[in-house]
Design a binder for this molecule. Structure first.
Ligand code: 2AM
Ligand code: CA
Length: 271
């Protein structure tokens, strides 16, 4: 199906620039909805959808199909791909929809390319702060295409600013166990409400670790490339590579990773 016979033909700075442009354009649409009136629906109990999710989804899916006609697209608001083993764009049109619906001003657009079992390109755009985090595997991670990102050297929990996010559904007891396992010792704990942004902040060195009890691939794929290209480590809570499916997620600086991972490994999984 794909005319991109090797990863090298698609994984170029030109591709990254096109995806960055798509993320900025999508973010512009999301911001415009946020600054106006918008409708909110429930996809399922507690799982929200807004006009901004729908508008950004439609724009991104069409823009990626126009720019990369041979690569499948899997958006949170769309159908699962026919061939998940082939190259795949993973799209979260609005990561942080619950924040958006409450007018809490923290949400991002998240775009990633998943290839041969792992994410290889990631772009996370925060339209309210005009901060675009982007990474191409092997080429580093950047903020607004200029500042090279690097994780912190933090090694002790009592010096660590750590973030997690609240979970819907069956992951919640595991999240509470994880907060119990880490909360008394970390310097402070934050919940941003947008997983892709939490991961981007680990890449930027603004957080030392991030964990989540239950994420979908479009929530974590872009952030994982950012963290790894900024020198950090990622895995599920058991220390295994992240799959193309619902999973627990951990990202941390290399010195902090072992202690956080060993604590989370005792908090069960949520698959
Ligand atoms: P969303 O805004 O795209 O739904 C909030 O806890 C963060 O986790 C958001 O990034 C949210 O993405 C994501 N998330 C994904 N699956 C979730 C789930 N089952 N419960 C709660 N949050 C989930
Ligand atoms: Ca979403």
């Amino acid at each position: 199906m794909s005319t991109y016979t090797t990863m090298e033909t698609l994984l170029t700075p030109t591709t990254l620039a096109r995806v960055e442009h798509i993320a900025r354009e999508a973010g512009r649409r999301v911001r415009a909805h946020f600054q106006a009136a918008f409708n909110v629906w429930e996809k399922a109990p507690g799982d929200l959808l807004t006009d901004a999710d729908v508008a950004a989804h439609r724009y991104i899916v069409q823009a990626l199909a126009d720019a990369f006609p041979h690569v499948q697209v899997w958006s949170e608001e769309g159908e699962a791909p026919a061939h998940p083993e082939r190259p795949l764009w993973l799209v979260d049109p609005v990561d942080g929809t619950t924040n958006f619906a409450h007018r809490f001003p923290v949400f991002v657009v998240s775009l990633a390319l998943w290839w041969e079992g792992r994410p290889v390109l990631g772009v996370v755009y925060d339209p309210l702060r005009d901060q675009l985090f982007s990474a191409l595997r092997g080429h580093g991670a950047f903020l607004n295409g200029e500042r090279r990102l690097s994780v912190t050297a933090t090694r002790h929990l009592d010096q660590a600013l750590v973030a997690c996010d609240w979970t819907r559904g069956p992951g919640r007891p595991h999240l509470l166990a994880a907060v119990n396992a880490l909360g008394l010792e970390v310097q402070a704990l934050r919940c941003l409400g947008a997983a892709a942004l939490g991961l981007a902040y680990v890449a930027a060195g603004w957080l030392d670790a991030y964990f989540n009890a239950q994420l979908q691939p479009w929530d974590f794929a872009a952030g994982v490339v950012l963290v790894e290209e900024a020198g950090g480590l990622t895995s599920d809570w058991q220390g295994a590579p992240l799959p193309l499916g619902t999973t627990t997620v951990l990202a941390a600086t290399p010195p902090l990773y072992p202690v956080v991972q060993s604590r989370l490994s005792m908090c069960s999984t949520c698959k």
